[in-house]
Design a protein around this ligand. Structure first.
Ligand SMILES: *Cc1c(COP(=O)(O)O)cnc(C)c1O
Length: 482
């Protein structure tokens, strides 16, 4: 007899309870696992069959493979000693809300297709807006990642050039318009280039503006670039300022940049994907200085707000332009409520949408605004504590200011004389640190110097973990010097 229907509910219940126990155990013992996966390329694939199983398999068997094959091939982002890139940590309430979101499995394309999803998104983003101190003119929408949020911002900026009629005519093969130009600092995230590629601006249409000694965009250079481009017949249409760059968390002077954008009638998008959430901390409100003049701003609660990946928020003051860029009226999607509700499908390329606001709601309610502030504030303290250790130790040096909780540094052993050798030494040092599996750091290049980054923004990271990281860095330094 053939079987039909879903997993029997009794089995679902039994396995479900075991599942929660397993996740709890995983989180409890995570620091015993290597934070950076120690597998080699192909190790995971080799252990998995090439063909899908013809007959259903028992959960026990699937779980055994999870433990033996999948777990060793994982870099544990929830690990307290994960201090690479920018953290994305899943908090308990976030994990549980994800489970619910999967269970409900709604598609929030229209208000009607799930009114709670549409209205909870509106309410939670209004909360977030107030927590960040953004003014009331902003309207928010959830996308998956900052890359997607920024791509939509660039598309809206493009749509705001009224006389180009790009929505109807496209960009290809047109000689009636000047080529579009977008500006961002040399330290801007690669997602801006990707957005430009996607919306037809092209990499040649992205002009990188030089930075000062703090790695912040030089507004005067921006103005010069815009004027030069205009004189050559280009069409400047978008500037992306970054609050918290990926390399060093440097902060572009948004207020001055906004002034230029206003004078030149150019869309200003602010990329605050990582750093933006720190603006909920009262003494960090200055992070949003100038953002009141922006047309759009992206912030990732899935980074420094402990919401499981993915959940990125785009706030914009030009909701109507974003809508104009993306809305189409398919007959089968028309509803009687269209005039007085938000149909989020009108504001982006995706039709189907997950119930993402649920996890944001759970996280904000469980910790409370004060709970989130306390956690971020402690990360800021630990980040500065670590940078003070670097600063006071003559074997190391800081390579960038530390406005948040990210420290850019390198080792400078006295016997090494050339920059090239220093680069090699620091690359080896970082790789040795990471191969211990006890802490995970990442790197960047600042002024040609190999730079090790240590970030404190994971929800499980405490003082003892930062101390442990410092211990490991010093141990590996001594080994390498010897
Ligand atoms: C992380 C980050 C991004 C990209 O974020 P995704 O959500 O992974 O696309 C872009 N810009 C900045 C400044 C970031 O920190």
């Amino acid at each position: 007899m053939k079987e039909f229907g879903d997993m029997p509910i009794e089995e679902f219940k039994k396995i479900g309870y075991e599942f929660i126990d397993w996740i709890a155990e995983y989180l409890q013992t995570i620091s015993e696992k290597p934070v950076l996966s120690q597998v080699q390329p192909g190790d995971v694939k080799r252990k998995l069959p090439n063909e899908a199983p013809l007959d259903g398999e028992a959960f026990d068997k699937i779980f055994a493979d999870l433990n033996q094959i999948i777990i060793p091939g994982m870099t544990h982002w929830n690990h307290p000693n994960f201090m690479a890139y920018f953290n994305s940590t899943a908090s308990g309430p976030g994990i549980l809300a994800e489970l619910l979101s999967g269970a409900f499995n709604i598609n929030g394309m229209l208000w009607k297709s799930c009114p709670s999803s549409a209205e909870l998104e509106e309410v939670t983003l209004n909360w977030l807006k107030k927590m960040l101190g953004l003014d009331n003119g902003f309207w928010g929408i959830i996308y998956d990642t900052a890359s997607t949020s920024t791509m939509h911002a660039i598309a809206a900026a493009r749509e705001s050039i009224d006389d180009y009629k790009i929505r109807e005519k496209g960009l290809a093969g047109r000689d009636d318009i000047g080529s579009l130009r977008l500006y961002a600092s040399e330290h801007a995230h690669s997602s801006i280039d990707k957005g430009a590629i996607t919306v037809g601006v092209g990499l040649n249409g992205v002009r990188k503006i030089p930075v000062d000694s703090n790695f912040s965009m030089i507004p005067e250079k921006l103005r010069e670039a815009i004027l030069e481009d205009k004189s050559k017949g280009f069409k400047p249409f978008c500037v992306v300022a970054t609050v918290g760059t990926t390399s060093s968390t440097s902060i572009d002077p948004v207020t001055e940049i906004a002034k230029i954008c206003k004078e030149e009638d150019i869309w200003l998008h602010v990329d605050a994907a990582h750093a933006g959430t720190a603006a909920i901390v009262p003494e960090m409100k200055w992070l949003m200085d100038g953002c009141e003049f922006a047309d759009s701003i992206v912030i990732n609660p899935h980074k420094w707000m402990f919401v499981p990946i993915d959940l990125s928020v785009l706030f914009t003051k030009k909701r109507d332009v974003l809508r104009r860029a993306f809305s189409l009226e398919a007959e089968y999607l028309k509803t009687p409520h269209n005039a007085d509700v938000t149909n989020y499908m009108d504001y982006g390329i995706q039709l189907g949408r997950r119930f993402r606001s649920l996890k944001l709601w759970f996280v904000i309610r469980y910790f409370g605004v004060n709970g989130l502030i306390d956690r971020i504030r402690e990360h800021l303290r630990l980040g500065r504590l670590f940078s003070s250790w670097i600063e006071e130790d003559e074997r190391f040096e800081l390579l960038a200011p530390v406005p948040l909780s990210t420290t850019c540094f390198r080792a400078v052993p006295a016997f090494i004389k050339t920059e090239e050798e220093l680069n090699i030494f620091n690359e080896n040092l970082m790789n040795n640190i990471n191969s211990t599996g006890r802490v995970f750091l990442s790197h960047t290049k600042l002024n040609g110097k190999y730079t090790i980054r240590l970030v404190v923004s994971g929800i499980r990271t405490e003082a003892k973990h930062v101390e442990e990281a410092w211990q490991i860095i010093q141990e590996e330094y001594q080994k390498l010097v010897r």
